[in-house]
Design a protein around this ligand. Structure first.
Ligand code: ZN
Length: 341
């Protein structure tokens, strides 16, 4: 373990920034751009606008930071979750049970993907919330809104629990599931995915890292569903007690705008900033396919403001998280969801 992680990266791992630039360059040439998402069945008139505002208020009220912190702590305490291991399978079972309790039944989606060590087993866990009853005309397909967080943990770090770098996003996703199952969106089906294999084993590349998101995006492309997706919203490292979201520049500008507006509504606009560059994360496979994508991430997770020295270290433990931050992250995501064009 290198003691100076602020300036020297772990051996074998390239900076996410450089990897993002490389991947973006490759994908810009190779990926098809689907048609833009079809417009949402927007609230028309004052009555429906008032109804939408009431639904948002009820959804926000359904969020519990204390429950999110309890879930994040319990999930982190399950220990390392390396893809294909019995511990990872147990974590997936834990997620299935929590989604069911939240009123958003989920299913495990196993798949095999090339990895540095050869073909590797992975398992996404995806919950579905149908649109508000009666909000989709007969014979029509609903729009889709996707939320995601990765649940695997980084390998090669003895004692690593990933309290912020996996459990926080999972806990917020469970809050979103509970709130949106009770207060669904009109005309829009919501899917919430706990993604496997976000972390690279050696170095980010086509066979290493982002396994779950690449598979999910490819499956949705193959089924012809990409044009139905209104937004893909990723939650990663959102539990830091000193929550200062740093939004990557490789996100949809319209969603960045909505994120800043949501932060303003929550009174934390001064704590949210643009990251200096792109970030390689699970939103990239969607962003590169033309899906409006947003990465809600706080990439300043450390012992002092501006530092990231807890990231990918044994110091990423539940005591660094706060209920208030987890609740804020869920509320930001809900405000964005309810303000999509
Ligand atoms: Zn990580």
């Amino acid at each position: 373990m290198n003691s100076d992680r602020t300036t020297i990266l772990p051996s074998g791992e390239v900076p996410r920034l450089l990897a993002a630039i490389l991947l973006a360059t490759l994908c810009a040439c190779a990926c098809r751009r689907p048609a833009p998402p079809s417009p949402a069945p927007a609230a028309s008139g004052t009555a429906s606008a008032i109804a939408a505002a009431k639904t948002l208020a009820a959804a926000l009220d359904a969020v519990s930071g204390d429950r999110a912190l309890a879930n994040a702590t319990a999930f982190a305490d399950l220990g390392p979750k390396l893809p294909g291991t019995p511990e990872s399978a147990a974590a997936a079972d834990w997620l299935l049970a929590r989604f069911a309790e939240a009123g958003a039944p989920a299913e495990a989606v196993p798949f095999t993907d090339p990895a540095p060590s050869g073909p590797q087993s992975f398992r996404n866990v995806v919950a579905t919330i149908p649109p508000a009853p009666g909000s989709v005309p007969d014979g029509a397909l609903p729009n889709l809104l996707l939320f995601a967080a990765h649940y695997d943990t980084k390998s090669g770090i003895p004692g690593f629990l990933g309290a912020n770098d996996s459990a926080s996003g999972v806990a917020v996703l469970l809050e979103l599931a509970r709130a949106l199952a009770a207060h669904p969106l009109p005309g829009t089906e919501i899917r919430l995915a706990c993604l496997d294999g976000e972390e690279c084993a050696v170095q980010y590349g086509p066979r290493d890292g982002l396994h779950g998101s690449r598979r999910w995006a490819a499956d949705l492309e193959a089924s012809g569903d990409l044009p139905r997706i209104r937004a893909f919203i990723l939650l990663d490292m959102v539990g830091d007690a000193d929550l200062t979201p740093t939004l990557p520049r490789n996100c949809a500008p319209a969603l960045l705008h909505l994120a800043f507006e949501a932060a303003r509504a929550e009174g934390i606009r001064n704590r949210v900033s643009l990251f200096p560059g792109p970030v390689l994360d699970d939103h990239v496979p969607f962003h590169d396919r033309g899906v409006p994508a947003l990465d809600l991430i706080d990439f300043q997770y450390g012992s002092a403001p501006g530092l990231n020295d807890y990231w990918h270290t044994p110091a990423d433990t539940p005591d660094k998280l706060s209920a208030a931050s987890l609740a804020l992250a869920a509320r930001l995501a809900l405000r964005i969801a309810f303000s999509l064009p």
